[in-house]
Write a protein that binds this ligand. Structure first.
Ligand code: ATP
Length: 245
């Protein structure tokens, strides 16, 4: 039997500013413990999908106007973002969005805002074990390199002890070497910590190399889905998303 879905998005429609229809009946499913890739061209609606799940759409005048989003079998659409974090979902935003005039440790503490247990210090150490370079950076986060900022953004997500991480283009703006490093870490978070990951990426090749399943979006809905290995061999995917190779 396939693993039970941790996240189910069922036929959702999303509208911005009450008029612009961006998602048009989008459905996807993320099984517990797996990495699922969400691919598609610019403007297909990938970031909007993640924001619909994390509740962050509200901050951009967006709204889920149809369909359902279920996390561990319970409806979460319509719930405010901090409650969604408390349920175990954390979004790592595109462009990293760390707080540049705070230190790494202060940024990490922000990620733990929902926690009431006293283990925050231990988790900071755990994040530093994953990202040893951050341990050495004691200055303001704004001075970190792009790769280090991406690592800090992922580290901040870990501080919430999430069950599901929504990752929006973790490879954006990084050198090929750093992309490899960040994807190695994504794989480890999944394998070692059992975190389920929904991964939005322009770098389809990298995404399909770590994911078990993938969805391809066009104009607000899924046009193709399948096992990651099969998608990587699909002629359309190769032509449009893997640079024709
Ligand atoms: P990209 O890779 O460029 O981020 P994407 O697939 O993530 O693309 P979205 O960012 O979800 O796509 O955008 C989908 C569509 O929704 C685009 O046409 C975009 O212009 C529109 N859109 C996104 N955010 C808003 C907003 N806050 N208000 C109005 N329209 C928006």
């Amino acid at each position: 039997m396939p693993p039970a879905p941790l996240l189910e998005v069922k036929n959702i429609e999303v509208v911005y500013n009450e008029v612009i229809l961006v998602l048009r009946g989008l459905s996807l499913s993320v099984p517990k413990g797996e990495i699922v890739a969400l691919l598609g061209a610019n403007g297909a609606g990938k970031s909007t999908t993640l924001k619909a799940i994390s509740g962050l759409l509200r901050t951009e005048e967006g709204e889920v106007t149809r369909g359902e989003i279920l996390f561990d079998g319970e409806r979460i659409d319509g719930i405010v973002p901090d409650r969604i974090v408390r349920r175990g979902i954390f979004q790592v935003m595109e462009g990293r969005r760390i707080v540049s005039d705070m230190t790494c440790i202060e940024n990490l503490r922000l990620g733990a805002f929902t926690r009431t247990d006293g283990d925050v210090r231990r988790d900071i150490d755990m994040v530093f074990d994953y990202f040893p370079r951050l341990r050495e950076r004691t200055g303001l986060a704004g001075y970190l390199s792009g790769g280090e900022q991406q690592m800090l953004a992922i580290g901040r997500a870990l501080m919430a002890r999430p069950r599901l991480i929504l990752m929006d283009e973790p490879s954006m703006g990084l050198s090929p070497l750093l992309v490899k490093e960040v994807f190695g870490i994504i794989r480890r978070l999944n394998r070692d910590l059992g975190i389920t990951i929904l991964l939005v990426e322009q770098n389809a090749r990298m995404a399909l190399s770590v994911a078990s399943y993938g969805y391809v979006m066009e104009q607000g809905k899924v046009v193709l889905d399948g096992a990651a290995a099969a998608l990587a061999e699909n002629e359309d995917v190769k032509e449009f998303y893997l640079g024709g190779h």
